[in-house]
Write a protein that binds this ligand. Sequence first.
Ligand SMILES: [Zn+2]
Ligand SMILES: [Zn+2]
Length: 376
Amino acid sequence: MSKLVMGYWDCPVCGTKEIRGDVANCPACGRARGDVQFYMKGYTEGETREEDERSDVEYLDEEQAKYVSKNPDWYCSFCNSLNSDNAKFCNNCGSSREDSESNYFQMLQKKKEREAAEAAAQPQVSAPQAKRRSPMTVFLIILLAIVAFFVWMNGNKTSGDLTVTGLQWIRNINIEENKMFSESGWTLPEGAEQTDARNEIHHYDSVLDHYESVEVQRSRQVVDHYETYYTYSDNGNGTFTEVPHERPVYTTEYYTETVQQPIYVQVPRYQTKYYYNIWRWTPSRDVTASGEDHNTSWPEVELGENEREGKRTEAYAFTVEHNKSKEAPATYRLAESDWMNINVNDNLYITSKRTGAQPFISDEKGNKIADLVQIK
Ligand SMILES: [Zn+2]
Ligand SMILES: [Zn+2]
């Protein structure tokens, strides 16, 4: 059963607060209540209360409730005061109810519309905009910083006063030997001498064997019971009505389900595996020639039985020392044709980049003459 709850109102004339809803005239200034909105202490419209959260709700006892009309008060058009639905004439000025049209709720509605219209008529005052740097400006500043950094990184550093103190060259021929290997595989390579062939497991296949019944635990949400919560609605006559609502409370229910689970077996698949001997050319030894002048030559090679010449490699380098600074001597590699033009006691310039990229021989202004690789 819905219960009645005491409402309160504030006097708009003298400002007295929390006047009980069953009081028709302000106890401080005596004015009949008119343009007021009823409220419950400690409750905001739309709020919900749980079963055990209602200790501050002021219920009217049954005897009081008997005499309260559930209908809203009517609003006297002549003196703007509120009168009980039971009253045929205005308590304040005596006008007949028939000459008035609005009740409490219509009065509130009109008041709200009036306030909205007034708010709309107010000139719009917008907050002053803070001066901020535009995103485009910030972007340009960052871009400039990046460009400046790369220009600096690409800057070259030319070292002069370098004197060539040594030349080095090395030429190497790798000798390969034809050797026999014993191997096995799923195919027989060309030129191999087969020694054996056996049926062996190549791989396993998963094959469905049968199904097994398996019990699986599952859960679902079911309604356990319903619980009551409350809201309060303004009756428009100094009282409120407590409105009960219900909501379901869920619980987790567990059950088992039988499912068919597939069972697989691993079936071996056989193939012919070949065992064979095969001859392969394999790097075996190096023959090297080197020198510290321009008289380069390839080393003399004497091939043994089952031998042949393999890969040839060559390298040309020079060492420079700083005439004035105490920096350690450095050694660089370069192409043979460039190296042929360099002689001991030559003075030259080497330009290196700040990024650590490959250095090069340059003139004193940093113009490239030949590429280099520094040997650490
Ligand atoms: Zn008052
Ligand atoms: Zn009146």
